[in-house]
Design a protein around this ligand. Structure first.
Ligand code: ADP
Ligand code: MG
Length: 605
């Protein structure tokens, strides 16, 4: 039998177009051909299981090999095979998907989940790298004759009989000059591992099987142990620290999606994201660009998502508008929130232990996703300077009595640096206030969000003001100094300070406090922080030098002494020493100022 015919498309020659424009990534040809071979194997398995094929199934396997001298790459399977008629039908009509037909035909007999099909131009992507493609195939049907098909990339093909004795298909690519890079073992192996690592049929390259045909995401969570999840994580990310916990995704309505998301150990948001979530479609790797599908705040998670319902060969803007993609996105958000809520409820100590790591995800989610915030505000924790954790509700209770100001606002005090702000923390604690630690980069955004979400709360860094003024309870201490004395003390200080320092007030504070303290106005500091972390339009604040407000403690014995001194230069020397001491207590005294301070202090002995 020998016959010549025309591939039925209307353009004179579609192959140059395929070659240039179909996929920017030529390596995709291997994904397509191996997927077809896997499909052919899955089909014969199906036919056998429903009794339509009664012959020997054998060990189903896909083999990929290459011959550097002959410049060929061969993909072989012992799947369903094709008769000459089928080749004409399935191969010669471009964009006619036999996968779709097969699924349609057998859809009432069990599930169709095994068939990949339908990526696009599928088989024809071979012409991205081959100047000639041969098919040699023998159908599973009893008594069928083996067929051979050959096409050189024009619209003309030849079809005839072949000598093949065993069931299945060989696809032989005669690699074009400009694609000889694919005739390298390392190259082929890495492409196979990239796309085929979890294909459901064994893929043999050289004499090694390159894939794990039964990845755990395809199994039921009830059949899996923690050990299985950890082992799979290691398989995905060989050199990573153990994950904290994981979520097994499993839905089939209104879209089909399975997968496992791992929460990795990330301590700070600067940590580079090298390991990503991979997107699969029926166990074929598609991409690790999962933006749009995975909510942005979960992009730092690890793991896999497998969904045949995500459109694959479409543009980004289409993906964003796709209703399945939107549903998948909110499903993942909900699953993650539910999992966290469950962990919190079932084992709070363990949850607290992990909070240093997962707090980042939770806070990021609360800032960026209204729905997530609704759920997460029940399990988001804050930690005080004694390392005790509170939920937001618990914390509100905790500070109710001592930290409500005269207008009924709860004032939450926080520190961004326990060491540097120690003097302020101690003063606050002595007054019976609680201080929480909000010391990661995301916290400044978190504070802004929470202030607008939690009614009648105000968040203030513990050094935003003198301790007596942090929470305005309407009660003021008596000052020992007269108003006139205060005025003159203020003047002495003003004459000694430099242009970055400013005396705000001489205030009645507790005599136990320092004689002077340096504070940073909450609003100005936040603006300057935001400009530092890249908040747009904050240039003005970013360009401003940091200025410090100095508040003088009118009730401190040293200040009384200063007020009583007769000699003006002695007064100034003491004032300078007191303000430098205040700066020093917060690590704000540096360089020549610090050296001078030390010299003066030592000289005093
Ligand atoms: P799709 O996989 O989306 O159906 P392809 O262009 O990749 O489209 O393949 C077209 C059809 O050719 C397949 O549906 C299948 O019927 C047939 N085919 C391709 N490769 C093989 C193979 N190795 N064994 C059997 N049939 C195959
Ligand atoms: Mg295909």
């Amino acid at each position: 039998m020998k016959e010549t015919g025309n591939i039925s498309i209307h353009t004179e020659n579609i192959f140059p177009i395929i070659k240039k424009f179909l996929y920017s990534d030529h390596e995709i040809f291997l994904r397509e051909l191996v997927s077809n071979a896997v499909d052919a194997s899955q089909k014969i398995k199906r036919l056998s299981s429903i009794g339509e094929f009664n012959g020997e199934l054998g060990e189903l396997k896909v083999k990929v090999s290459f011959d550097k001298d002959k410049k060929t790459i061969t993909i072989s399977d012992n799947g369903i095979g094709m008769t000459a008629e089928e080749i004409k039908k399935y191969i010669n009509q471009i964009a006619f998907s036999g996968a779709t037909e097969f699924v349609e035909k057998y859809k009432d007999q069990g599930d169709d989940k095994g068939i990949i099909g339908h990526f696009g131009l599928g088989f024809y992507s071979a012409f991205m790298v081959a100047k000639e493609v041969e098919i040699i195939s023998k159908s599973y049907q009893e008594g069928s004759e083996a067929a051979s098909w050959k096409c050189d990339g024009s619209t003309e093909y030849t079809i005839g009989s072949a000598k093949k004795k065993t069931r299945g298909t060989d696809i032989i690519l005669h690699i074009a000059e400009d694609s000889e890079e694919f005739l390298e073992e390392f190259k082929l192996k890495s492409i196979l591992e990239k796309y085929g690592k979890f294909l459901p049929i064994e893929i043999e390259f050289g004499d090694k099987v390159i894939n794990n045909p039964n990845p755990i995401w395809t199994k039921s969570p009830s059949d899996l142990t923690d050990e299985d999840y950890l082992k799979f994580y290691e398989e995905l990310y060989p050199f990573q620290e153990k994950p904290l916990f994981w979520i097994h995704l499993n839905v089939d309505y209104p879209f089909n999606l399975t997968g496992i998301l791992y929460f990795p150990k990330v301590k700070n948001e600067m940590q580079l994201q090298r390991e990503k979530i991979s997107l699969y479609s029926r166990q074929v790797f598609i991409t690790d660009e999962v933006k749009d599908i995975v909510p942005e705040f979960l992009m730092l998670l690890h793991g896999v998502i497998d969904s045949p319902d995500i459109p694959l060969n479409v543009s980004r803007s289409f993906l964003q508008a796709d209703s399945n993609v939107k549903k998948i996105n909110s499903y993942i958000t909900k699953k993650v929130a539910d999992k966290l809520a469950e962990l919190f409820k079932s084992d709070r100590p363990a949850f607290e232990e992990k909070f240093a790591n997962i707090g980042l995800f939770i806070k990021y989610g609360m800032i960026s996703d209204e729905k997530f915030l609704e759920k997460a505000k029940d399990f988001c924790l804050v930690q005080d300077t004694n390392n005790k954790y509170f939920t937001l509700d618990e914390y509100s209770e905790e500070v109710q009595a001592a930290q409500t100001d005269k207008d009924g606002n709860k004032v939450y005090l926080y520190t961004t640096d326990v060491e540097q702000q120690d003097a302020f923390i101690q003063s606050a604690q002595n007054k019976g206030y609680s201080v929480i630690k909000l010391d990661t980069l995301i916290d400044s955004h978190f504070i802004n969000t929470m202030e607008s979400k939690l009614e009648k709360t105000q968040w203030k860094r513990v050094d935003a003001d003198a301790v007596d003024k942090l929470i305005d309870t309407g009660i003021t201490l008596e000052a020992i100094l007269s108003d006139a004395q205060k005025e003159s003390v203020k003047k002495v200080f003003e004459e000694t300070l430099n242009d970055k320092q400013k005396v705000v007030a001489v205030e009645a504070m507790s005599p136990d406090e320092l004689p002077a303290i340096v504070t940073q106005n909450e609003f100005m500091r936040r603006m300057s922080d935001m400009s530092k972390t890249g908040g747009g339009g904050m240039g003005m604040f970013g360009a401003m030098p940091n200025t410090y407000n100095i508040t003088i403690n009118a009730n401190h014995p040293l200040i009384s002494k200063l007020a009583d001194l007769k000699d003006e230069s002695e007064q100034k020397a003491l004032a300078k020493q007191i303000s430098d001491l205040a700066l020093l207590s917060q690590n704000l005294l540096t360089g020549a100022d610090l050296t001078a301070f030390i010299k003066r202090t030592v000289g005093g002995f």
